[in-house]
Design a protein around this ligand. Structure first.
Ligand code: PGA
Length: 247
């Protein structure tokens, strides 16, 4: 399956450095086309500018959140149709930072995923266990529950992306062993089979401290179909090196 290298810029980037970063990614994509899909997800404030930079390139645009409704009286929120209108094709949903900071539940993530699909966006639904859950031997149960609750029924595998991001690996420099990643990704693939049509076509990304130094090893694990990259996606050379490992 063609892998996806997705950069999650989180709440980083002002006009100057954000546009410079996007231009550098586009220049690298033009210089050396890769056999993977490339996506960057800047903060909402930069989407319009970055869309103009990505136009005509092989780099896709994504957002980091959307509302459950497309429009209406929801002060401060952004609807999926608005993101589509800006040129987005993906939206990250249920990231552990939002689950923790905004208290997003599985049911909310599911409603957002439905809204994303209705607007023609591909949701990247994030799941992952905390360190306490892993140490307590609950990882697979937690992931099964999150998947069950966060993924709408009736979708086909190609209409969504799952990102497995162990909470304890995000921004910490720690990564699971390849055996742990393999176990979880196989578990997710199996669980998806009961939830979506053609589950084999769903891309399952690994995320959490992916770096140029560990990307090749992580991307070689069975059922790892790409990476969701946080910190390293803010440095064009590092992001590109990881994309090459996806290629
Ligand atoms: P990280 O973040 O690569 O900085 O660990 C990944 C993510 O949260 O998507």
């Amino acid at each position: 399956m063609r892998k996806l290298a997705a950069g999650n810029w989180k709440m980083n980037g002002l006009k100057a450095d954000g546009t410079a970063l996007a231009k550098e990614v586009v220049a690298r994509a033009a210089g050396a086309p890769l056999s993977c899909d490339i996506l960057i997800c800047p903060p909402a404030t930069l989407l319009d500018r970055v869309a103009a930079i990505l136009a005509g390139s092989a780099v896709a645009l994504g957002a980091q959140n959307c509302h459950t409704q497309q429009k209406g009286a929801h002060t401060g929120e952004i609807g999926a149709a608005m993101l589509k209108d800006l040129g987005c094709s993906y939206v990250i949903l249920g990231h552990s930072e939002r689950r923790a900071e905004q208290g997003e539940s599985d049911a909310l993530v599911r409603a957002k995923a439905l809204a994303a699909r209705a607007a023609g966006l591909v949701p990247i639904v994030c799941v992952g266990e905390t360190l306490t859950e892993r140490d307590g031997g609950k990882t697979l149960d937690v992931l099964a529950r999150q998947l069950q609750g966060s993924i709408p029924e009736g979708l086909a595998g190609g209409e969504l992306v799952i990102a497995y991001e162990p909470v304890w690996a995000i921004g910490t420099g720690r990564t699971p062993t390849t055996a742990q990643v393999a176990e979880v990704h196989a578990h997710i693939r199996k669980g998806l089979a009961g939830q979506v049509r053609d589950a084999a076509a769903a891309r399952i990304l690994y995320g959490g401290s992916v770096k140029p130094s560990n990307a090749k090893e992580l991307m070689s694990v069975p059922d790892v179909n790409g990476a969701l990259i946080g910190g390293a996606s803010l440095i064009a050379a590092d992001f590109w090196s990881i994309a090459e490992a996806c290629s």
